[in-house]
Design a protein around this ligand. Sequence first.
Ligand SMILES: Nc1ncnc2c1ncn2[C@@H]1O[C@H](COP(=O)(O)OP(=O)(O)OP(=O)(O)O)[C@@H](O)[C@H]1O
Length: 337
Amino acid sequence: METTSDFLNIKDVNTAFKINGKYYDAISHINLTVHHDEILAIVGESGCGKSTLATTIMGLHDPSETKISGEIDFEGTNLLKLDEAGYNKFRGAKIGMIFQDPLSALNPLKRIEDQISEVMTYHTKLTAEQKHDRVLELLKEVGIVDPKRTAHQFPHQLSGGMRQRVIIAIAIACKPDLIIADEPTTALDVTIQAQILDVLRKIQSENHAGIILITHDLGVVAETADRVAVMYAGQIVEEGSVEQIFNTPKHPYTRSLLRSMPQRDNQNDDLYVIQGNVPSLQKMSKIGDRFAPRIPWVKPEEHEENPTMHEIEPGHEVRCTCYKNFSFPDQVGSVKA
Ligand SMILES: Nc1ncnc2c1ncn2[C@@H]1O[C@H](COP(=O)(O)OP(=O)(O)OP(=O)(O)O)[C@@H](O)[C@H]1O
């Protein structure tokens, strides 16, 4: 799956949180590669570990409360070996981050121009005039209609969509190679969502960046991503191109997620509900298929004892062998790909 344009290689990464004095894995044995010029979506229900993966890459965990192992190779540097000062050279410069809630990510007391300039002051040697020009250029790039006016405003004077555009402007100010966007459109209405996703796509193609897009919204994935990694209970259960995941999904969890997604042309059908919940960290099984309790009609022998990823076709991998004959209870016979 690796190509010469790999620049982020996540190898066997585990992140465990300390709860009542004991460590529990929130993400386990994560292997992922991100290429330049692509949007990789990470999808899964709430609690699957998507944000933990993002914050692990960004080095945002308190080492006294978290145990992290594995390797995150970013352009030749293992990020997991960096101290705080080392990480600060990457965050904001080579790696940009866009969070779900733009209001809490912005300083309410500072004008937009100062907040965008700040990251350039830290990471570049641009003069005040150059930074001013770049702020206006960035605001224009993210689709702000009147950059001069917005640059002078405070966050509370902007709409949610405009604030998210400002966050994107900050994230891309230093032309990062990697952008991590964690639910960037969840708080926005549908029209603004589409505009923000357009901005992300434009940035990815113009800056040749790689973007990790974290979302629980499969509609966003279908519209935006090139590749998809589906997470369940801290593990990747399926990975493939958008076409592979949407046209020939294999893992029962991926298929359940897709079945629970509203279809435009089938508005009267009841939506499928995936029974049960994502297990809490303390209840996460170390052996066996973690999704097995939610598909109890699949016989135990159809699951692997220690599920591994299987390559089905180039670029398309699925965890466990239970996908082979999987069908939903109301369907007869096995499911053909
Ligand atoms: N600091 C922490 N201490 C203990 N447990 C945590 C901590 N952060 C996250 N968790 C747990 O780790 C698991 C994964 O959480 P995470 O936020 O990464 O999932 P997510 O898929 O991003 O969910 P959401 O979409 O709701 O943000 C959950 O069980 C969560 O309760």
